[in-house]
Write a protein that binds this ligand. Structure first.
Ligand code: PLP
Length: 389
């Protein structure tokens, strides 16, 4: 069967091999603490599940839903942005409903760039950005995220020749994998840079609800001029533990929203209406579940970081997301470390190299199990003899 070249050119799914290795260890009877993935471990709040159950019984939702989704969900999204970020979003023209954040992130390059165009990508960063860029046959230029710069890209370091050719830029704060958060000043700088070079900005706000130490993460749309240059992607997966439901949305620049909806007309009809009801219930219903979730992640973060520091590691606590980003001792690659940790200590973590070249020298730890298990994982990491004596 003659398959397409495109299929060959898709980036390798780096983490598939990690999942397979963890599966083998568990099958062999090992007590694996799996901190390698980003799959929230808590259930969807009950009132959201109940909204879905009620709606699922309504025959109205058993038919095709309207193209581009129900307007009640778009209105709920606009109300959510107004409440949380003071945003002034037009539900009719500035909101697109997505089949999960990942789908939107892959669709955006298809809407915004041509083959050969340059896309600026954070390194380390969420690998799914690479997928849409590969499908669009565009070229990635990496923006290094380094600790000295708070894991924010340095726009001044991007050569003008590269910026001139760039059509699109991905950003993501709170950040996967580094756990860094951004400031309004940084986003203002981003808007100025994007406007100067005519670059569309996609801000991935997947961890928008998860900020620690009393700091609420900043939305890109809180900054003047943001809507002129870009959109923000917000998923229900993390805020409301709805990763399996596949629902997210894009808000912001009207033309980009229109392009996304145009492309989506060719791909889907619309999400199951009952999921849309549940999503609206999540945004408009009680938010204590979110406050409790953030407190839970913060307690886990504190327990894990404290245990790791006790074990002699120097680690910075993440200020958002549910990941810790551990710098490794010199002389061992992130893949070697992750393999060794799984093999000898039965703790799975994600090697930094899987997020880009600048992820080398780090591993990502998902704070997605209870405090006792996280402490146990930190102790196992502490006991690991990294180098032959
Ligand atoms: N963006 C980032 C940075 C993520 O970590 C994830 C999920 O892990 C997503 C987007 C996608 O979320 P979803 O496709 O579940 O909406």
């Amino acid at each position: 069967i003659p398959f397409s070249e495109l299929l060959e050119q898709l980036p390798k799914q780096f983490f598939a091999s990690l999942v397979a290795k963890v599966g083998e260890k568990i099958k062999a009877g090992c007590d694996v603490i799996n901190l390698g993935q980003g799959n929230p471990d808590q259930p969807t709040p009950k009132h959201i599940v109940e909204a879905m159950q009620r709606a699922a019984a309504n025959p109205k939702y058993h038919k095709y839903s309207p193209f581009q989704g129900y307007f009640f969900l778009k209105e709920a999204i606009a109300a959510f942005y107004a409440r949380e970020y003071g945003g002034n979003i037009d539900p009719d023209r500035e909101v697109a409903i997505l089949f999960g954040g990942k789908a939107g992130l892959v669709e955006l390059p298809l809407c915004l760039v041509n083959p050969g165009d340059v896309v600026l990508v954070p390194d380390p960063g969420y690998p799914d950005y690479w997928s849409g860029i590969a499908l669009a046959r565009a070229r990635m230029e990496m923006m290094p995220l380094v600790a000295e710069n708070g894991f924010l890209p340095d726009y001044e370091a991007i050569p003008a020749a590269v910026a001139d050719r760039a059509k699109l830029m991905f950003l993501n704060y709170p950040n996967n994998p580094t756990g860094a958060t951004a400031t309004k000043e940084f986003f203002a700088e981003t808007v100025a840079f994007a406007a100067k070079y005519g670059i569309a900005v996609v801000h991935d706000f997947a961890y928008g609800a998860i900020g620690f130490d009393g700091r609420k993460p900043v939305s890109f749309l809180e900054v003047d001029g943001a809507k002129d240059v870009g959109v923000e992607i917000y998923t229900f997966s993390k805020t409301y533990n709805m990763a399996g439901w596949r629902v997210a949305f894009a808000v912001g620049n009207e033309q980009i929203i229109r392009a996304l909806e145009l492309l989506q007309d060719h791909l889907y009809v619309s999400l199951f209406g009952a999921i849309q009801e549940a999503a609206a219930a999540a945004l408009l219903g009680p938010q204590d579940c979110v406050t409790e979730l953030v407190a839970l992640y913060e307690a886990r973060r504190n327990a894990f970081i404290a245990a790791l520091c006790e074990a002699g590691w120097e680690v910075q606590a993440p200020s958002g997301s549910f990941f810790a980003w551990l710098p490794l001792p010199k002389g061992i690659s992130s893949a070697e470390f992750a393999d060794m940790l799984l093999e000898r200590a039965h703790v799975a973590v994600a090697p930094g190299i899987g997020f880009g070249e600048h992820g080398e020298g780090y591993v990502r730890v998902g704070l997605l199990t209870d405090e006792a298990r996280l402490r146990e994982a930190a102790e196992r990491i502490g006991r690991l003899e990294l180098f032959e004596k």
